[in-house]
Design a binder for this molecule. Structure first.
Ligand code: URA
Ligand code: SF4
Length: 209
């Protein structure tokens, strides 16, 4: 399969894109998912935040970051002084990839690089319409998608960089679900908040012009 390009309506704004993504067959991930989960947030947002892929609850509800990782993100955003309502939230791939274990439970599986690349035209369309001043990458999948496969979160997280090919800055940090998986949740959470505070500061200076 050749990717999402042919499914993305040229010139469409967010509502048109959000409708069209439901018919995307740009990779195999549409087959087992309930629906596509497009980004959410205002078209005028200064910040675009990019996660990895929708999870189980996102797949059911059709909205990004409404499950456990989303609650973690909400808490950290509030603590860093970024309002969720000023952020456009999206993912590198729009369909949930999972493996079924013991009958019912659906376990998240990382999208492959091929799937991320296939889905990229949707993310590019979102960036074209929203035109963010700041992009925040949550986790390695998003960060490497935006900054190249040699980008290392461990080394370069929490620093403000220029986003290649866009008039925007970018800050990369860990994925909030990494906090949920870690043995030292509090420390990992504090590190996440610290990175978001760097992003918040960058945003406020951009807004101050
Ligand atoms: N994790 C993500 O990366 N995105 C979501 O929307 C939910 C969980
Ligand atoms: Fe299309 Fe992306 Fe879904 Fe693949 S994951 S079918 S490219 S929307």
């Amino acid at each position: 399969m050749s990717g999402a390009e042919e499914f993305v309506p040229p010139q469409a704004r967010l509502p048109g894109l959000r409708k069209a993504v439901q018919d995307c067959r740009g990779c195999g991930l549409y087959r087992d998912a309930t629906q596509a989960v497009f980004g959410a947030g205002p078209e005028t947002a200064w910040v675009v935040m990019i996660g990895e892929q929708p999870g189980d609850q996102e797949d059911r509800k059709g909205e990004p970051f409404v499950g456990p990782a989303g609650r973690m993100l909400d808490r950290a955003l509030a603590e860093a002084g970024i309002r969720r309502s000023e952020v456009y939230l999206t993912n590198t791939t729009k369909h949930f990839k999972f493996e079924r274990v013991s009958g019912k439970r659906r376990i998240h599986q990382k999208p492959s690089r091929t799937e991320v690349n296939a889905c990229r035209p949707w993310l590019d369309a979102e960036l074209r319409v929203v035109k963010p001043h700041l992009v925040i990458c949550l986790g390695a999948t998003a960060a490497q998608g935006m900054l190249g496969t040699s980008f290392r979160i461990t080394k370069e997280r929490g620093t403000v960089l220029d986003l290649p090919d866009h008039e925007a800055q970018v800050v990369a940090t860990i994925h909030p679900s990494a906090i949920l998986r870690s043995d030292d949740r509090e420390a990992v959470y504090q590190g996440f908040v610290a990175d978001l505070q760097v992003a918040a500061q960058a945003l406020r200076s951009l807004q101050a012009g």
